[in-house]
Every structure is written in C-alpha cells, then in structure tokens.
Design a protein around this ligand. Structure first.
Ligand SMILES: Cc1cc2nc3c(=O)[nH]c(=O)nc-3n(C[C@H](O)[C@H](O)[C@H](O)COP(=O)(O)OP(=O)(O)OC[C@H]3O[C@@H](n4cnc5c(N)ncnc54)[C@H](O)[C@@H]3O)c2cc1C
Length: 370
C-alpha cells in the first residue's frame, strides 16, 4: 500500500468521520461538563460503531479516525482514544472471561476505560513504578497511587500496572484489570489545563486475584509497551488533526480579515506563514501514515518510525496552533474560540505517551543499534 496517499474509500471515510464529528458529536461534547467523563458522548461513539472499530482496525485506521475526529471534535477524539488505550490490554491480553465481561460494554460505550501506568514518582521512567501488589493466599492486595490518569476517577475499570516483584524493574510488573467498585479503591479529579477528565486513583489494600491478571504475572510491562506502541503514531494523528483544524481556520480568517486596504492574506508575511504551517502539517501527516502502515505491515523499524511520527507531529501541531493564534490576533484568545480550545489541547501530547525527549532517546537508540 502506498504510504503517501489514501485510497478513495479511506478519503471518503475520513470525510464521513469529520461530518459525524461536527454534526453528531460536537453538540454532545458541548453539553459535557469540563473535567468529567461525558457519558452520552461515549455512548454515541459506541452507537456509531467507532469504538468497536478500535479493536479490529489496524494502526492506520486508528490514525485516520483520530485525525478526522480531531479536526471537528477533539472531545470525541479523546474519548474514543481513551476507550482504546484502557481496553486494548483486555482485547489483546485478556482471558475469554475478561473479554466477555468488558469488551461488549466498552464497545457499546456503556463502560468507560482507563489506562493506569503513571505514578507521582514514575512518569517517563515507567519501569520505576512502585504501586505494591502484596501477595496473599488467593491473590494480591494493591496499595499506592496512580496519578495523571485520563478518565479517572470516573472510569468503570482501569488497566492497572503494579509491582509484583520488588527490585526487578520492568520485569517485576503485572497488569491487572481492576473494576472501579473494588473495596479500597478511591480517587479524585485533578484540575488540568488539558480539557479531558484526568485524576488520581488511590489503592488502599485493593484485593485482586488471578482472574484479574492481564497477560502473565511479572510480564505486565509488555502489556503496557504493546499498547503504547500501537497508540504512539495515533497520538501523532490526533496532533495532525488539530494542526489541520488550526490551518483551516487560519486560511478562512486571513482570507477575509480586512487590514491595510486589503485582507491579511495579501501580506506576504502572512501568506508565507500559512504556507509554512501547511507544509509542516503535511510532512507530519505523511510520517504518521508511514509509521502506522509500518505497524500494520509488521515492519522491523516500527519503534523508530512511531517515535519519529509522535515527536514530529506533536511538535508541529504546537507550532501550527501557536502560529494560528498569532494570525487570528486577540479573538483567538477569547474563551470558547476554536483556537483557545486547541491551544489548551495541543500542549499535553508533547508530554504523555512518551515525552518529546523520550522519543528522541528511542530514535537515537534505534539509529545506533544498526
Ligand atoms: C493530559 C495528560 C493525560 C495523561 N493521561 C495518562 C493516562 O491516561 N495514563 C497514564 O498512565 N498516564 C497519563 N499521563 C501521564 C503521562 O504519561 C506522564 O506525564 C508522562 O509519562 C511523563 O511523566 P512525568 O509527567 O512524570 O514527567 P517526568 O518523567 O518527570 O519528565 C519531565 C520532563 O523531563 C524530561 N525527561 C524525562 N525523561 C527524559 C529522558 N529520558 N531524556 C530527556 N529528557 C527527559 C522531559 O522534558 C519530560 O517532559 C497523562 C499526562 C497528561 C499531561
């Protein structure tokens, strides 16, 4: 498959997704409460079959969904991605029982998922995680804190990564599927710049058993990394969608804003800035598609490509949204303006799922390994 262009069916599907985003999902997103899970929005994503598609689609389809929805409704885009991130470990590593219990609910948008890896003292260095799993006769008790967890504390279950073997680094981590109603599990929301709900989860001797393990005991880091490898290029796709939305708004605005006897686009400094924004967005998009296509083809260089795509796309989106704000002037900073929203949205992807600097480390390691 050529990685440099989409086929007509893919192009038509993206147009359909953008229309669904603006016509069907945006009105639901606008009724949501900031910082809380928007359940009607998640249910609509389920009804539209988009959540189901997450689990049988490849990386490229995931990227196309995220890019298209990001262009017209970032709230829907993020709600969709989080269902995927939280439930992919169940789909890929769950037992028949775990899959039967949770996947139909997740897919229908009735159960909300979370992916709980980060802790106050373990972010980029995820292998340093310390949430304790203390063995007892028929399982373990979990104690500790997960922080900066999207959809927490309202999610109905979380994939939780806990330390089953102390001192063993990445080799002593187990993934557990923890329903929200387990005794000893509480949480609180965090007030973040990022528009979607984020919180912490507190574990005070939460009981888990062998039936809650995802994959194998002490092999949970593989569950986390497999999930993140799939999602990494798609964070880039989210960024590309935001950059495209900012670019489209800028094209429209600079073509009609009267200034100095003409319109803004007549100023070469303005039109050249727009050209630069468009060029960088297209470059990022191609890198994202190439990384996703490489993932789907099972190519050997996926880690490098995925890291490059996430790095370039998230940094590009920051540049493009910032330039779009500049070319819109004051109106862009007014609460409720598309660019005010994108300016808040665009910041976090440079930090989560591997900060920019961590992606550079991955790329350099792959380069020197050859
Ligand atoms: C909006 C948002 C949503 C999130 N959702 C989730 C979620 O759902 N689940 C979850 O588990 N976590 C989530 N996180 C947490 C996220 O994964 C962490 O923030 C991320 O892993 C970075 O960890 P940290 O914030 O502790 O920063 P640190 O690890 O302390 O790093 C701080 C900075 O140090 C630099 N740095 C770190 N390591 C290196 C390195 N190796 N080389 C060079 N520089 C380096 C980078 O500039 C980095 O940004 C979310 C975060 C945000 C902001």
């Amino acid at each position: 498959m050529p990685v440099f262009s989409l086929d007509p069916a893919q192009t038509a599907w993206c147009a359909e997704l953008r229309a669904l985003g603006s016509e069907r999902l945006r009105p639901l997103a606008e009724k949501g409460e900031p910082g809380h899970v928007n359940r009607p929005l998640v249910a609509a994503l389920g009804e539209l079959g988009l959540i189901g598609r997450l689990f049988d689609a490849g990386a490229l389809d995931l990227c196309l969904m995220r890019e298209a929805l990001a262009q017209t409704c970032t709230e829907a885009e993020t709600a969709l991605a989080l269902q995927g991130l939280g439930a992919h470990p169940v789909a890929a590593f769950g037992t028949a029982g775990q899959r039967a219990r949770w996947l139909p609910e997740v897919t229908a948008g009735r159960a909300v998922a979370a992916f709980a890896l980060s802790e106050p003292d373990a972010g980029s260095d995820a292998a340093a995680l310390a949430l304790e799993a203390v063995p007892e006769s028929d399982g373990w008790r979990l104690s500790g804190e997960k922080r900066w967890i999207s959809n927490a504390p309202e999610a109905d279950f979380a994939t939780v990564f806990a330390r089953t073997t102390p001192g063993a680094g990445a080799r002593g981590v187990t993934a557990f599927l923890v329903p929200a109603d387990r005794p000893g599990l509480t949480g609180s929301p965090l007030d973040m710049l990022s528009p979607h709900p984020i919180g912490s989860l507190l574990f005070d001797g939460v009981p888990v058993g062998p039936a809650d393990v995802l994959g194998e005991v002490d092999r949970g880091f593989r569950v986390a990394m497999t999930t993140l490898n799939l999602f990494r290029p798609s964070v880039g796709a989210f960024a590309v969608g935001m950059a495209q939305a900012a670019l489209d708004a800028t094209l429209a605005h600079t073509a009609r804003r009267a200034a100095f006897g003409g319109v803004l686009k007549d100023l070469q400094a303005v039109s050249h800035q727009v050209a630069e924004m468009a060029t960088r967005t297209e470059a990022a998009r191609l890198l994202v598609y190439a990384a996703a296509a490489a993932y789907d083809a099972g190519a050997a260089d996926v880690p490098k490509r995925a890291a490059m795509a996430k790095l370039l796309a998230t940094e590009t989106a920051q540049y493009v949204v910032d330039a779009a704000v500049q070319l819109h002037g004051a109106r862009a900073l007014q609460r409720g303006h598309l660019l005010e929203h994108l300016y808040r949205e665009v910041r976090a992807p440079r930090i989560y799922e591997g900060a920019t600097e961590v992606q550079r480390t991955v790329i350099a390691k792959e380069l020197y390994a050859r």
